[in-house]
Design a protein around this ligand. Structure first.
Ligand code: DAH
Length: 338
């Protein structure tokens, strides 16, 4: 072999044991690249005598192949080593103890609300929502509670300004739905309400209600009683009896409060129902004609009933929780019991 080629061969093969793929690539470029040494040799062929060219060309080509194949061998070694190193770095110790996943738990309020919604949706009711920040007009005036009405005192709340309040009840959703003018109406409206009450075992400045409203032609107090009695049986058990006591709400006439027979003692009287056998559960009544008028519905054509349930009250009763504050502490040990 030509001495030049011999030298180049030794030099190239001597360098091949580089330690990185990048270095190998540089080496490849410097020998086999466009401006590489082997390429230069091939170009130099034109200076040879024509008869010398074929033999020289063959030698250069076989040298090129040798270098190429050695480089490829080295490339494989380096790539394998890199992969092995990466796998070692990513190794997972499957014997380590697993991190425990902590799942939350559904809140008694949510469980109770789902139950109430399931019952009413089953009777063909739609579930709607209204704003928690509400106009004083919807929260009070349109519900027949004018500016100086004493009911406004009982539901003192947080004022954003003189016209906007944090709603004290879900009843304003009644006015909002009525105003849309799509009749008949059969809806429940669950949501958060606010009052400036001190926190104790039965009060909180923020709690939840579920409003109900049914409006159609020929709706009577019998429909109200039948519907709410059915609700009570589904919610508290088939044996449950209901009792309506006359009451006053400005937006219904007549109005009532509904008690259910104590589902703990069956009505005999126990600690749970404070000896009376009955537990107060909700307010209700026939929609007041004046409310119909203010919301654009003709009271000579339509009648309806409405009701309002305290969600916490239901949850506390159903799950026998004796302090409302427990519902707001979000202690998972407490919540997991339900
Ligand atoms: N909004 C009333 C309250 O917070 C509850 C209520 C009573 C709602 C009678 C009604 C109803 O829809 O008809 O005390």
């Amino acid at each position: 072999m030509d001495e030049r080629l011999q030298k180049l061969r030794e030099e190239a093969l001597g360098k091949i044991q580089v330690s990185t793929l990048e270095a190998l690539n540089e080496l490849k470029v410097s020998y086999l690249g466009k401006k590489g040494e082997i390429t230069a040799l091939l170009k130099s062929m034109k200076d040879l005598k024509p008869e010398e060219r074929p033999a020289f060309g063959q030698m250069v080509n076989s040298l090129r192949e040798e270098i190429e194949s050695q480089m490829e061998t080295r490339r494989k070694q380096l790539a394998d080593a890199a992969r092995t190193a990466r796998l070692a770095a990513e190794e997972i110790d499957v014997t380590l103890p697993a991190k425990k996943m902590h799942f939350g738990h559904r809140h008694p309020n949510s469980i109770a609300l789902d139950e109430v919604e399931r019952i009413f949706v089953g009777m063909g009711y739609e579930v709607v929502e209204g704003p928690e920040i509400e106009y004083d007009e919807y929260n009070f005036t349109k519900l027949n509670i004018p500016a100086n009405h004493p009911a406004k005192d009982e539901q003192d709340t947080f004022y954003i300004n003189s016209e906007i309040v944090l709603r004290t009840q879900t009843s304003p959703v009644q006015a909002r739905v009525m105003e849309q003018g799509k009749l008949p109406i059969r809806m429940i409206a669950p949501g958060r309400v606010f009052r400036s009450d001190e926190v104790d075992a039965t009060h909180s400045p923020s709690f939840h209600q579920i409003e109900g409203l049914v409006i159609d032609k020929n709706i009577t107090f019998a429909d109200l009683k039948g519907t709410l009695a059915e609700f009570a049986r589904k919610m508290f058990g088939e044996e449950t009896k209901v009792k309506f006591r006359p009451h006053h709400f400005p937006f219904t006439e007549p109005s009532a409060e509904m008690d259910v027979s104590c589902f703990k003692c069956g009505g005999k009287g126990c600690r749970f129902c404070k000896g009376s056998g009955w537990i107060e559960i909700l307010g209700c009544g026939m929609v007041h004609p004046h409310v119909f008028e203010m919301c654009g519905i003709d009271p000579d054509q339509y009648t309806g009933f409405a009701f309002g349930v305290g969600l916490e009250r239901i949850a506390l009763l159903k799950y026998e929780i004796d302090d409302m504050r427990l519902l707001y502490e979000n202690d998972i040990r407490f919540l997991k019991q339900f």
